[in-house]
Design a protein around this ligand. Structure first.
Ligand code: KG4
Ligand code: ZN
Length: 349
């Protein structure tokens, strides 16, 4: 099956062509620089940018894949969750294209698609082979998946293909949001996650002690707003730290250590409790080197196989949307009606 997938749930405009489990093209146009001066994603600007970029991005995806629009057998798009004003751009464009081509359309849950990213192999360094869904991914079910981004922090038990159960999520800020907001308090550029990652590499993670919220709670929920508030008060009481580059690095390493410890400990605990032998993770924060290293270490110690999404597939992209769309259509999922609307608050169950 050959299909085109569109993703516009937040600040990345993306289009991908997927055929038989392979991502033939995956174009991502990021709006990070546009939103940086506002210190966060501005929904209205995101929507305008999607409107401007979607057609050229989709054309590039078709061109890179060597596919003409009339060769498409289906069209997919992210239906939710996400920013309503942003989602609607890709969703309605995909619906209209499918309608015009007379092909099925399917709306995809963004988080369900993230569950597939760790199972997509990266293309070879020479770019000869397209990224593809790993053939034996079903052998690793059930698995425990951590989805960790700027908008979400979720622990999901993947029982079998297309069957999963959310075990817990954040009750306030997401982990990525915590990186971004604490970084802002330190005067770092948006998004601060990658900056903290870089500075923390030369800092002392034990220099300052910050709370590890809900670490010892029996449930699988997360909370990061208390950690952010604690960093705010700490900086208010010690403003001189921000004049010393080494102390900023130590601060970054200490904040990162708190976030990473909570994510790793709670993920491993949930994996043990649910008797899985495999842990996976995706979402922008999965790019964080300390998180990758600590998860690697903890999984090795506890005998879990770990699948980390490749860095270029951690963040939002239409390739993962297309991979899931094809799996669903092959499993005879009903196409989404042409008059159906976006679902901005569509929680994974
Ligand atoms: O998945 P994503 O691209 O978009 C959504 O939020 O859906 O994730 C973006 C988030 C931002 O909060 C960003 O700061 C964080 O991922 N991030 C990182 C790193 N790279 C991206 N956080 C920590 N370390 C990184 N290396
Ligand atoms: Zn995402």
């Amino acid at each position: 099956m050959t299909l085109l997938a569109l993703e516009t749930s937040c600040d990345e405009t993306s289009a991908a062509v997927v055929r038989d489990g392979k991502i033939l093209s995956n174009i991502v146009s990021s709006q990070i620089e546009l939103h940086a001066e506002y210190g966060g994603v501005v929904p209205e600007l995101a929507a305008r940018e999607h409107l401007k970029n979607l057609t050229p991005v989709a054309q590039s995806a078709l061109r890179d894949a060597g596919i003409a629009a009339d060769e498409l057998e289906a069209v997919a798009a992210t239906q939710g969750p996400g920013l309503a004003i942003a989602l609607i751009v890709g969703f309605k464009a995909a619906q209209s294209l499918a309608f015009a081509l007379g092909k099925p359309f399917i709306g995809i849950n963004h988080h369900e698609a993230h569950l597939y990213s760790p199972w997509i192999s990266s293309p070879s360094s020479l770019g000869e082979k397209p990224a593809a869904l790993i053939a034996d991914f079903k052998n690793f079910q059930p698995n425990l998946s951590l989805i960790v981004s700027g908008g979400h922090t979720l622990l999901v038990l993947v029982e079998s293909e297309l069957k999963h159960r959310v075990l817990g999520g954040t009750i306030d800020d997401a982990a990525g949001e915590c990186f971004d907001k604490t970084g802002k308090l330190m005067g770092l550029a948006y998004p601060a996650g990658p900056v903290i990652d870089r500075l923390a590499a030369e800092g002392n993670p034990r220099a300052y002690v910050f709370p590890r919220p809900l670490l010892y709670d029996a449930n699988d929920d997360f909370s990061f707003s208390g950690l952010k508030t604690s960093v705010r008060y700490f900086i208010r009481d010690h403003p001189e730290l921000l004049d010393d580059p080494q102390k900023i690095r130590d601060l970054c390493a200490s904040v990162q250590a708190a976030i990473v410890e909570v994510l790793v400990v709670k993920t491993i605990r949930a994996a043990k409790r649910n008797g899985v032998r495999c842990v996976t993770t995706s979402g922008g924060v999965t790019c964080n080197r300390a998180l990758r290293n600590e998860l690697e270490r903890a999984c090795q110690k506890n005998g879990f196989t770990l699948r980390l999404a490749e860095k270029n597939l951690c963040t939002d992209n239409a390739g993962m949307i297309g991979i899931l769309a094809e799996r669903k259509l092959l499993a005879h999922a009903a196409p989404t009606p042409f008059d159906e609307e976006i679902k901005p608050g569509w929680a994974l169950e």
